[in-house]
Write a new protein. Structure first.
Length: 291
């Protein structure tokens, strides 16, 4: 009775059963790479790849459902490296290039790198008990709205830790200087992501999400490591191509605040244009060497 009452309470608040985009769900989809054929497609990148590419539409147009391995707020390079080094995949990898993340760093402890690399590490090290536990949890996540344990700490999560953060005490240290960052998307078992309808119908809600993103980008960041990231990527690219794999570099559009920020800090001609020319030079050099 207590569980039913708790579930009905959160349903009345607009919550619904959904999956968490956590390391377990990511690892479940990473498993698909092990048996993927040369005709299949793997998506790596940042949030733009995760949000902008709809898997069902891709499958409808091509007959192939891509394997979605992009990670929000992370560099695509650790995951691409993991696929190249730890699998025999020789299909097509679509590498999303969000300039501020792709060119950011190769330092293992830097946030853009560590966020992605930690999931690849978990995939390799997870136990059979963890795999079984997750398989058993999926039906529960799809049934009960109150089950919430996402890797991200959303303001409107309803696990115990998140609920405790919403309790206000005078003199209590603020948890964050950012505006409340509420969950604004839904994800399925294949990691196909859809933004909530509220992002379209509720301007105040959508602007609150934008405000957090702007706040995240307002601080000082280390200068981008263009040469280091391109060199790291080209080594993996060469290895994938040597076994018959293909790579598509994809720069998804940005507008407004992010477009202005990228245009000033990471000009297209100095970063994107340089990146896309490097593989061509590599290919020409390889052909000359072979001849």
């Amino acid at each position: 009775m207590a569980i039913v009452a708790w579930e009905l309470y959160w349903r009345s608040k607009g919550y619904f059963p959904d999956l968490d985009d956590d390391k377990y769900l990511w690892a479940k989809n990473r498993t698909k790479v092990e048996n993927a054929t040369s005709n299949e497609v793997v998506l790596v990148g940042s949030s733009r790849v995760l949000f902008d590419i709809q898997l069902d539409q891709w499958e409808k147009q091509t007959g192939i459902k891509p394997i979605q391995l992009a990670n929000a707020g992370a560099s695509p390079l650790p995951v691409f490296h993991d696929i190249v080094e730890n699998s025999d995949f020789n299909g097509t990898v679509v590498v999303g290039v969000t300039p501020g993340l792709f060119f950011s760093t190769t330092f293992p402890e830097a946030s853009p790198w560590k966020r992605a690399a930690s999931r690849s590490k978990f995939y390799k090290e997870r136990t059979y008990a963890q795999q079984l536990n997750y398989s058993l949890s999926v039906p529960l996540q799809k049934t009960f709205a109150f089950i919430s344990n996402d890797d991200e700490e959303w303001y409107d999560d309803i696990n115990l830790k998140a609920l405790l953060r919403t309790i206000k005490f005078s003199g209590r240290t603020k948890y964050s200087d950012f505006p409340p960052f509420r969950r604004f998307q839904d994800i399925d078992i294949n990691r196909n992501v859809r933004m909530k309808d509220q992002m379209v119908t509720d301007t105040a809600f959508a602007n609150s999400i934008k405000a957090v993103w702007k706040g995240m980008m307002a601080g000082d960041f280390p200068p981008p490591d263009k040469d280091g990231t391109i060199e790291f990527f080209l080594k993996d690219l060469e290895k994938l191509k040597s076994r018959g794999g293909k790579v598509i570099l994809l720069r998804l559009p940005s507008t407004g605040f992010f477009h202005d920020l990228e245009s000033k800090g990471l000009p297209r001609k100095d970063f994107w244009d340089v990146l896309v020319k490097k593989p061509m030079l590599l290919l020409i050099t390889t052909q000359i060497t072979k001849n």
